[in-house]
Design a protein around this ligand. Sequence first.
Ligand code: DI6
Ligand code: FE
Length: 411
Amino acid sequence: MFKRCEKIWINANCATLDPNVDAPYGCLHDQAVGVRGGQIVAIASMSELDLNLSSETADLIDARGGWITPGLIDAHTHLVYAGNRAREFEQRLLGASYEEIARQGGGILSTVAATRNATVDQLVELSQPRLNALMAEGVTTVEIKSGYGLSVAAELNMLRAAKQLAEHNPVRVSATLLGAHALPPEFHDDADGYIDLVCNELIPAAASEALANAVDVFCENIAFSPAQCERVFRAARAHGLGIHAHAEQLSNLHGAELAASYGAWSADHLEWLDEAGVRAMAGQGTVATLLPGAFYFLRETRLPPIELLRKYQVPMAIATDLNPGSSPLASLQLMMNMACTLFRLTPEEALAGVTRHAARALGSAQSIGMLREGLEADMVLWDISHPAELASQFGVNPIRQRIVAGEITHV
Ligand code: DI6
Ligand code: FE
């Protein structure tokens, strides 16, 4: 089975995250992992590997008892933007709320002004350090949203910047059109008119240039109503795009249930989600993407309904929500730690949340998110003695190798 492999990692412990492997984390000890054509073609115990035969064709890489996990997947980021909002952080510490700042024209709209003024090349340059930070911690796939342009030209520019980042870096990018993020100033008092633009011009343009895999909406009192979001979902469906939703972050408008009814890949945030919403998500296989960084940074106190999500077996993904306003935190390892400390997930749930379930949240469960024969060889080799370390320890990055499509990349 290791015949004609190009590379074989030997002496590895594997946290496969494969539910077919009947052990916590899908653990397999003392393994060899063979890769060919960018894919995993063999995972077997060292005793099944004929080293003499394999070393004729393959590079042998000695993991020396380190752990291999699937490459980490950050399934919710807004990492392309210009400007920064450190001053709003100060304002909030002096007593203003996130909503108040948004209603006064700060918040998302201040990032919109800066982003509209930037060229595609400038956006790429400003975003590269944030992407670097994620990759350095083992991220091999990142979702990137638009949503700070809010005009056809500026939204497409954000998506072009995401595309350039994908072309120039060893990372997979899933691009999401978040046109319905905030109401742009020129549509003041005409949210429906702006949604017309999103549905009739923006979504068709992004789809025809193949710049987005999915759409997203901000379903919230300070953003768009369920009826407006539903129009976006319909347009997305008509153009064959996946669906995400920012739902139940600051209040309960039943956005998750609505998104699930359109077969959404994920509903995200969810602090205000109720049992009916959980049930709807379970029924449609919609992933709950939890964002502990935004919860922490906005000093929220209401927890997402973790027990209900477990009870109804809704898969939980964990992501950074990396953005300048509510989560300027470019660390998926920190999010794993916060998912455990703030949301009481187990380290195993946290690791599944940045691998298998995150893959599903991006509609990519058939190709990434686990160590399994036939999937892409996106992997991380860690110098750890148990996978729980990835969520418990923070600040000492234990990565040894980051592997994308079978290629070892510099970290
Ligand atoms: N919810 C969030 O947490 C981010 N977007 C959203 O819809 C915040 C984006 C920002 O404040 O810039
Ligand atoms: Fe977000």
